[in-house]
Design a protein around this ligand. Structure first.
Ligand code: KG4
Ligand code: ZN
Length: 340
């Protein structure tokens, strides 16, 4: 019988400290996630310094917890993987240094992982990637359409020209008095409202797969100002529905056009905003109509976690890519770096 490959993965790029043990890139033996959301909520967003400090305090305990839960020791682990970037530099450095120390002390290979590759590979922990595919990446820091002909062959075909979609959700939420992170709160409200505000759909040039959300965000803010000036009430659930409909229509429209143009088998959705119920429902209907398989991870694998980093690390490990003791965190990083 072939020996199973076990990877210990660390994720500290933003406000979740997470450690996971993954077998053969597909089976989660453990996935410990410690969210710092409560510490950042009172500031209305992630404070980088606070995030780094929490990672430092918690990373060692999280490593122990993940190994214990997986009934594994470092001796039994084949490689140590870590999110190298993109993300908050101080936060990334905590994971990178912990991973380097573990790899060095236990004489294990070190695998550097791109955070967004992790979000894409979260799907490998469920239905599995089926090539060729299009990945719609929607998170707090990213909005990208990526074509993949095979493992690790990421080709960015479209991206946001300004705000990321999660960022737009968080900003609009703040304007209507919802707590951070605003995405889940808007999603819940949107289910109760009506599309009465008629916000714009930003398509850009007809052949473009790029996105732009800052105009929509401004349209929402202007509308709120106008209503306040006229002394008219704001109906938060209608703002949520109108905003979400605009976002979802553009995301689904561009993703489906890309799926058809590239003739793919599968559309995968990745990143925190992939948990959005409105987006899921619209994509389910659109892909069913076109006979394309839709893969969206369960919500706890959509938000930042180390299991997805371990899943991507497995392919990177098989490809022979290794980090050395000079490995550094990268606040921005090119996802096309793994291409042949
Ligand atoms: O991927 P993620 O956990 O962190 C980044 O790498 O950015 O994504 C976080 C983002 C936040 O902006 C949050 O508001 C958004 O994902 N989000 C949602 C939902 N759940 C999380 N946005 C819309 N609807 C949701 N249900
Ligand atoms: Zn993320």
């Amino acid at each position: 019988m072939n020996k199973q490959t076990k990877i210990l993965a660390l994720e500290t790029s933003c406000d979740e400290t997470s450690v996971s043990v993954i077998e053969n890139g597909q089976t989660i033996l453990s996935n410990s996630v410690l969210s710092q959301i409560e510490s950042h909520q009172r500031f209305g967003g992630v404070v980088p310094e606070v995030a780094s400090r929490h990672h430092v305090e918690n990373i060692t305990v999280m490593i122990e917890e993940a190994l214990q839960e997986a009934h594994t020791t470092m001796a039994d682990v084949d490689a140590v993987a870590v999110t190298q970037g993109p993300g908050l530099i101080g936060a990334l450095l905590v994971g990178v240094n912990a991973a380097k120390a573990l790899a060095f002390a236990n004489d294990k290979p070190l695998i550097p992982v791109h955070h967004i590759a992790g979000h894409v590979y979260a799907n490998q922990l469920q239905s599995g990637l089926k090539f060729p595919l299009i990945a719609l990446i929607v998170s707090g820091g990213h909005t990208e359409l990526v074509y993949m002909e095979n493992h690790l062959q990421f080709e960015v075909i479209g991206e946001t020209r300004d705000d990321a979609v999660g960022e737009a959700y968080d900003k609009v939420a703040r304007k209507i008095g919802l707590p951070y992170p605003g995405g889940p709160a808007i999603d819940r409200l949107a289910a109760q409202g009506e599309d009465t505000y008629d916000f714009p759909r930003v398509w850009l040039e007809p052949d473009s797969y790029d996105f732009s959300f800052s105009g929509l965000k401004s349209a929402v803010i202007n509308k709120l100002h106008q209503l306040a000036q006229k002394g008219e009430p704001v109906i938060p659930e209608n703002v949520a529905t109108s905003f979400q409909n605009s976002v979802v229509e553009v995301l689904v429209g561009k993703a489906m056009r890309a799926c058809e143009a590239y003739g793919v088998k599968q559309l995968i959705v990745a990143g925190g905003v992939a948990s959005n119920r409105g987006l899921r429902q619209a994509l389910e209907a659109a892909t069913a109509e076109k006979g394309i398989e839709l893969a969206i991870p369960e919500p706890k694998l959509c938000t930042d976690n180390a299991a997805m980093i371990g899943a991507a690390a497995h392919e990177i490990y098989l490809k022979g890519i290794r980090g050395d003791m000079a490995l550094n965190g990268q606040s921005s990083m090119d996802i096309e770096m793994y291409r042949d």
